[in-house]
Design a binder for this molecule. Sequence first.
Ligand SMILES: NC(=O)c1ccc[n+]([C@@H]2O[C@H](COP(=O)([O-])OP(=O)(O)OC[C@H]3O[C@@H](n4cnc5c(N)ncnc54)[C@H](O)[C@@H]3O)[C@@H](O)[C@H]2O)c1
Length: 281
Amino acid sequence: MTTTGWLDGDVALITGAGSGIGRAVALRYLREGASVAVFGRELDRLQSTVEAAGADADRVLPLVGDVRSADDLSAAVAATVERFGKLDVLVPNAGIWDFNRSISRTTPDEIGAIYDELFDINVKGYLLTVSTAWRELVKTEGSIVMTLSNAAYYAAGGGPVYTAAKHATRGLVTQLAYELAPKVRVNGVAVGGLRTDLRGPESAGLKDRSIEQSFAKRDGERGPNMWLPLHDASTDPDDSTGPYVLLASKRNASVITGTVIHADGGIGVRGFATAAGGDDL
Ligand SMILES: NC(=O)c1ccc[n+]([C@@H]2O[C@H](COP(=O)([O-])OP(=O)(O)OC[C@H]3O[C@@H](n4cnc5c(N)ncnc54)[C@H](O)[C@@H]3O)[C@@H](O)[C@H]2O)c1
């Protein structure tokens, strides 16, 4: 096979790659010439990513496991290296959302339960993913690209638990970039709202509800995304994959570490009366 992608010959391991942004990044990395191990809780979801890869399916390795299990992750790293010979790029991405459960609308018991489950997956899961894989990344002088969120910077991308968890992962980018330099670069992509299958904590009865349903309710008369400066910023996860390619690329990002790219339609430059100042241009 001859490709001219930015990740030619690289090997990536992506958690939560059976749907949403993880799957979109896996398919994009394939198009950029990488081989990808896709890790997630449910085999049928991972198989759908393999099927979506089409002719490139031989470069996809589905691996079932839970990011709360160091054993599952260690086995996944070993299986990736056994199949593809090395690991260049790690994408900690698997996560859940708290469906904006606010402090005033939850009991102390509820907030505690949401915290335990969500932090276990969204924060400890990222730590364990890195903890089990960093040695392989040192060997290849590879990199880590973490999925962050607008909630790593701003209010109202979730409730207090999700917002705190995403702020925590922003801290992981900073600290791990320091700890793993100079051999391994560590960066993040703060994606904005995406129409995915993002679910909530089982402990709050939100396991079967998806963020897509929340978006559908919110579209209203203004239409999707009109609160963003880039009104037509897509919520198709594939449109957010470019920064993941750039940050993973040894050729194009060799001097970039500890950085987060905001891929959120411009939330940080939103105005007061209107979302964008140039609507009459
Ligand atoms: N959808 C959005 O609006 C949005 C916005 C900002 C950030 N994010 C972040 O993007 C990341 C991916 O979410 P998504 O929107 O693609 O949702 P998604 O539900 O489509 O993808 C998340 C994947 O992680 C898997 N997963 C969940 N818990 C797991 C566990 N314990 N072990 C292994 N796999 C597990 C799920 O099965 C799913 O396939 C998350 O970190 C999320 O916080 C999403």
